[in-house]
Design a protein around this ligand. Structure first.
Ligand SMILES: NC(=O)c1ccc[n+]([C@@H]2O[C@H](COP(=O)([O-])OP(=O)(O)OC[C@H]3O[C@@H](n4cnc5c(N)ncnc54)[C@H](OP(=O)(O)O)[C@@H]3O)[C@@H](O)[C@H]2O)c1
Length: 225
């Protein structure tokens, strides 16, 4: 397996992750080749350059696309959401996802196999702690996912989304203290704790290894609605 990972501003965190993955490989698992690529997904040119770099580093385009990068500045009330924040959420979460799929698809269609996974959010279903700008961008991703799934199945390509909520140890939710008094407060989560990035990865792995699953948005919320 080979991995092409992206970052926008968090090079240090990505370097840490790559070191961890390289250690895993030395112990007999994990990815053989890992490349890192800087890209601001708000910039169309950066997305084009990203695909050229991936082709150079790996000699091919990706078989599996996980559109995980997301912009989620928390502004709960519409009255406080400036137009620029609405536009940025749409550009990073929805427009970039559209462009990533467009660039990844030709190679997947040609080889008759591909996996596309969008990282959406409980916000797309009306839940979560953020405002309607973020919810609209994630709901747009779900609509795009369902449309693409019906069109791409015959090419051996599945398209699904993961909709997490209250995942700790992330930029959005470093720990549970920032959720106190919000709808995402741990006291409101039926399983009584935050989710983990590893649990998100578990679901993405299941999606990628289950070719009969397509057009689905899988909620990973600890029972939170
Ligand atoms: N944490 C949760 O509870 C939760 C819940 C629902 C959905 N999600 C979704 O999960 C995904 C991952 O978020 P996270 O929770 O892991 O938060 P995070 O740690 O803040 O990760 C966000 C990621 O998006 C990247 N990103 C942001 N703006 C970007 C841009 N303009 N261009 C390229 N990359 C950009 C960031 O890159 P840099 O760090 O390099 O800048 C970072 O890797 C997002 O799509 C988010 O909406 C998370």
């Amino acid at each position: 397996m080979a991995l092409a990972l992206t970052f926008s501003t968090g090079k240090a965190q990505l370097d840490d992750l790559i070191r961890e993955l390289q250690l895993q490989h030395l112990r007999g698992g994990g990815a053989r080749l890992i490349s890192a690529h800087q890209a601001n997904l708000e910039a169309v040119d950066d997305i084009d350059r990203l695909f050229s770099e991936i082709r150079q580093a790996h000699g091919k385009r990706p078989d599996v696309l996980v559109a995980n990068a997301g912009y989620a500045k928390v502004i709960p009330n519409i009255a406080d959401i400036p137009l620029e924040e609405f536009d940025r959420a749409m550009a990073v979460n929805l427009r970039a996802t559209f462009l990533l799929v467009k660039l990844a698809l030709p190679a997947m269609v040609e080889q008759g196999w591909g996996r596309i996974v969008f990282v959406s959010s409980i916000a797309a279903e009306g839940g979560g702690i953020n405002g309607c700008h973020y919810a609209a961008s994630k709901a747009g991703m779900n609509g795009m996912m369902r449309n693409l799934a019906t069109k791409l199945g015959r090419h051996g390509i599945t398209v699904n989304s993961l909709a997490p909520a209250m995942i700790g140890a992330t930029g959005l939710i470093p720990d549970e203290s920032i959720l106190k008094g919000t709808p995402g407060d741990v006291v409101n989560i039926p399983v009584g704790r935050l989710g983990t990035p590893q649990e998100c990865a578990n679901v993405i792995e299941m999606i990628c290894t289950t070719g009969y699953l397509t057009g689905q948005n899988i909620l990973l919320t600890g029972g939170l609605k």
